[in-house]
Design a binder for this molecule. Structure first.
Ligand SMILES: [Zn+2]
Ligand SMILES: [Zn+2]
Length: 242
């Protein structure tokens, strides 16, 4: 498992014996499942209408494609970023516990949410040459034990048969994004990513993978690097969007 490094073995061991209980509410569930029916239904799905570019849901009776206030006045370098869920309630809680609580087995329900983004018309039936996870800085990956985006991309790669390539890296340490507003985030992210040495993405169709889209700035910066290196198209799929 290439995405996994330095992880305390306990969560993995317990994950072998754990399920049969819903990870959302602890109800008993069938073997091989992670969420019970009511938790699956409680996960806040994004319903149309939503922004064609960043998937921000919009309330109202809009039927044509539109750009939302989150992205109409900015340059987002990805062609579209797709999420099937909002980062609220159970979705937000499980993504957070997966990322920060070392509950490694939560990659499965969170990975399921990423997979559901693939059913969206913007991604379904489209050709992708490679899946590329948003990288973590090595120091942060050591501290966390894994890169959650790489684990999610690995699960999706197994499922859809598109190769996973860890070709982006953090060029420098960026402070935690959540403390910044949007323009500060952009400044903080400027030149934060680069292609690994000897990587060629010319003429490739890339699907970026991350756990959550917040403002879209991180995915946009990754997409910019890939497009400047010759990628034909860069779309993104995440488990959830803020
Ligand atoms: Zn449940
Ligand atoms: Zn938008």
């Amino acid at each position: 498992m290439l995405a996994l490094a330095n992880l305390n073995p306990l969560p993995i061991l317990s994950s072998l014996f754990y399920p049969a209980h819903c990870v959302g509410c602890s109800d008993v569930i069938a073997e091989g499942q992670y969420l019970c029916c009511s938790c699956r239904e409680a996960a806040p799905r994004i319903h149309p209408p939503f922004c064609a570019k960043c998937s921000e849901p919009f309330f109202g009776a809009i039927t044509q494609t539109f750009r939302c206030p989150n992205c109409e006045h900015r340059v987002l370098h990805f062609d579209a970023a797709v999420s099937a869920y909002r980062s609220r309630g159970l979705v937000r809680k499980l993504v957070h516990e997966f990322k920060y609580g070392r509950r490694f087995y939560l990659r499965n329900p969170v990975g399921q949410w990423v997979a559901e983004a693939m059913d969206d018309v913007r991604l379904r039936g489209r050709r992708f040459d490679i899946l590329v996870p948003v990288p973590l800085h090595p120091a942060r990956e050591r501290e966390r034990g894994f890169n959650q985006a790489a684990l999610l991309a690995e699960l999706l790669s197994d499922r859809v048969g598109i190769p996973l390539r860890l070709i982006l890296e953090r060029a420098r340490f960026t402070s935690t994004q959540t403390a910044y507003d949007r323009s500060e985030r952009l400044k903080n992210l400027r030149d934060a990513f680069r292609l690994r040495k000897k990587v060629n993405v010319r003429d490739l169709r890339v699907l970026l993978i991350d756990d959550v889209l917040t403002t879209g700035s991180t995915l946009s910066e990754c997409a910019r690097v890939l497009k400047e290196a010759g990628a034909i198209s860069v779309l993104a799929a995440t488990a959830a969007r803020a």
